[in-house]
Design a protein around this ligand. Structure first.
Ligand code: ATP
Ligand code: MG
Length: 341
């Protein structure tokens, strides 16, 4: 028999807010039953599949009309914390939990700071939508575009390459003044994050623990938008904690192999080199093979043997393998690692 649990438990298990679940259950999107005592109960597996069926499009682009707050601001002399205070006072205060307020504060000021410091645009558009069940934000500029900017500054082949680098974290075009943390942590701290630039859309869906790259009609500049639970009890420190060491240094990252190519096969050593490039800036790198159906010997050898032997200060941990990929990865691990030393 299916395991039926109460709304708070399924919310915790799936990392979705109770408010969001209640809304989806009320509208019939996710099925629920009543316990003998009259409480609503859920089968977590069924809820998970129902959430998976909701398309990213519904989550990210629908209902993006009529923001409660919007401004087009001249970038010259603009200070992100001043804009934040105005937004917080006018629309957010008393509508967000203290934890949601800190997350909104961090993410909004980081994304606005990016437009101010990196876009070379004259103005920036900022907007917020807040309801009982969701808070959404948008920061948009018509400047040089995050991906072309990274591609050019880091001398990369194309904008896909630039996106790959951006997803790793600690990617910055201005190392004197920046550390390359803003987009990485923002993308992890909210429910759904999208960054659009140069005709590409990168989506990080933390509700379903998935990421995707698709097409966007944004060709000029950069548009970032994100959605979060206004009632979240989750402190942003928890997000930082997953990627930082005891001294709060950003020492750990997770790369999703699937974002570094087209399709589900990763065979060559050169693909592996692209994946691993620059990752020695972390002490620990989790290489996530989720969604990959086939890997070649050259790819595995580069990721798990050659690169780690050239970068002994960094630990590489493979995860998310299934079937044939797991077989190849286990085979490719250096013998001493298999023995657990
Ligand atoms: N709006 C933008 N326009 C142009 N380039 C951008 C924009 N936003 C981000 N970028 C590029 O993406 C890089 C990564 O941004 P991110 O916020 O992650 O790091 P950072 O701003 O360099 O450092 P930090 O956020 O830690 O101060 C930036 O260095 C910049 O090259
Ligand atoms: Mg930044």
């Amino acid at each position: 028999m299916a395991r039926l649990v109460r709304i708070g438990d399924v919310a915790r298990e799936l990392g979705v807010s109770v408010a969001r679940l209640r809304q989806l259950a009320d509208s019939g999107v996710i099925p629920s039953e009543r316990s003998p005592g009259g409480h609503r109960v859920f089968d977590p597996g069924v809820v998970r599949s129902a959430l998976a069926e909701l398309s990213t499009v519904e989550f990210t682009t629908a209902r993006w009309t009529f923001p409660q707050w919007e401004r087009t601001l001249s970038i010259s002399g603009l200070q992100e914390d001043v804009v934040w205070r105005e937004l917080a006072d006018e629309v957010l205060r008393d509508r967000l939990s203290p934890e949601a307020m800190s997350t909104a504060n961090y993410t909004f000021t980081e994304m606005l700071n990016n437009a101010i410091d990196h876009s070379a645009a004259e103005s920036v558009y900022v907007a917020a939508w807040v309801s009982r069940v969701e808070a959404r934000f948008e920061v948009r500029d018509e400047g040089r575009g995050a991906l072309p900017h990274i591609q050019e500054a880091l001398n990369l082949e194309d904008v896909y390459d630039a996106l790959g680098e951006l997803t790793k974290g600690k990617t910055t075009t201005d190392p004197e003044r920046h550390t390359g943390e803003g987009i990485f942590f923002t993308s992890k701290a909210v429910d759904i994050f999208t960054l659009e630039s140069a005709g590409l859309r990168w989506t990080v869906d933390n509700v379903r623990d998935d990421q995707a790259v698709g097409a966007s009609d944004i060709r000029r500049g950069t548009r970032v938008h994100w959605e979060m639970d206004p009632a979240t009890p989750r402190p942003i420190a928890e997000v930082f904690g997953a990627y930082t060491d005891d001294d709060h240094q950003f020492t750990r990252t997770r790369t999703l192999v699937r974002l570094f190519g087209f399709g589900v096969r990763f065979v060559s050593r050169s693909e592996a080199k692209r994946l691993m490039r620059g990752l020695e800036r972390f002490e620990e790198v989790i290489v996530d093979f989720t969604g990959i159906e086939e890997v070649g010997q050259g790819f595995v050898d580069e990721v798990l043997r050659v690169w780690p032997s050239q970068h002994p200060e960094t630990t590489v941990r493979p995860t998310g393998m299934t079937g044939p990929v797991e077989f190849m990865v286990r085979r490719g691990l250096p013998a001493r690692r298999q023995e657990g030393t």
